[in-house]
Design a protein around this ligand. Structure first.
Ligand code: SAM
Length: 248
């Protein structure tokens, strides 16, 4: 295998070129990102994110770093759940996603509790052990080097802190997988064309899901990065999985 080439959907591209390609995808779809999420998942991404927050069970005073946080869905849910003293930082390397996130979060209760950082998951410009919880939702499959990103997650979490990953995964049932493939490859790029005027980006998104490690493989990678008590839960029959690990 050529070490300098990585997956970009079903294509292989030079490792150095991938960040700009991914960035280009999300800059292009940023304005329609939230709407497309609701349409493509028939609103179910909201339930998946709520289940992620249920498992985290945020506590007042905690600091969340939500990496590849996009328009801030997870961070805003975290602040809502913390009630009292909460702080969340959304780190994302696409300025346009941050722009639309900031616009959405103008409501009073988020203003003093939410910061936005334009940064790459593989090289976060924050100090060691600065957060209690690190989340990455539908972001990890886009990074150029998964191991480096998990290493950064470990670095920025305090001792006793927790990583939580929400990502598309692999259904066990072959009939579900067949249906899911049909929906992903035949319908999603078509809807991307219709709503966001961009089928290619949505083609990449579905391809990148198929290239992402399966539940057990991802759990192993999280353990290798140093996390302990690593567990995962399948959501929607394994179409999506939630992985949790602790820095202890
Ligand atoms: C599918 S969106 C998910 C957004 C949000 N977390 C959510 O669940 O709705 C993926 C996000 O990851 C960001 N992203 C991709 N690669 C990244 C990287 N290496 N570092 C930081 N952000 C990245 C993109 O800019 C995009 O906003």
């Amino acid at each position: 295998m050529n070490e300098k080439n990585v997956d970009f959907g079903f294509r292989r591209v030079k490792k150095t070129k991938k960040p700009a390609l991914v960035n280009g995808i999300f800059s292009g779809v940023a304005g329609k990102y939230d709407l497309m999420n609701d349409i493509m998942s028939v609103g179910i991404h909201r339930v998946w994110k709520d289940l992620m927050l249920d498992w985290i069970a945020p506590k007042s005073g905690q600091i969340l770093l939500d990496v590849a946080g996009g328009t801030g869905d997870v961070a805003m849910r975290f602040i809502d759940r913390c009630k009292g003293d909460a702080h969340a930082i959304v780190a994302d390397f696409t300025e346009e996603m941050i722009f639309f996130g900031k616009t959405r979060s103008q409501e009073y209760q988020y203003r003093s509790k939410l910061d936005w950082l334009c940064a790459d998951a593989m090289n976060l410009p924050v100090s060691d052990e600065m957060c209690d919880i690190y989340t990455i939702s539908f972001g990890l499959r886009n990074v150029t080097d998964l191991e480096v990103s998990l290493g950064e997650a470990y670095r920025v979490l305090r001792q006793g802190g927790r990583i939580m990953i929400l990502e598309f995964s692999t259904p066990k049932d072959r009939n579900i997988q067949w249906l899911y493939d049909k929906y992903s490859f035949d319908i999603i790029p078509f809807m991307g064309k219709l709503v966001a005027k961009d089928s290619e980006s949505y083609q990449y998104l579905v391809e990148s899901i198929r290239k992402f490690p399966k539940q057990d493989e991802l759990a192993d990678k999280i353990k290798t990065a140093g996390f302990r008590n690593v567990k995962f839960r399948n959501l929607s029959m394994g179409i999506v999985a939630l992985h949790s690990g602790w820095k202890i």
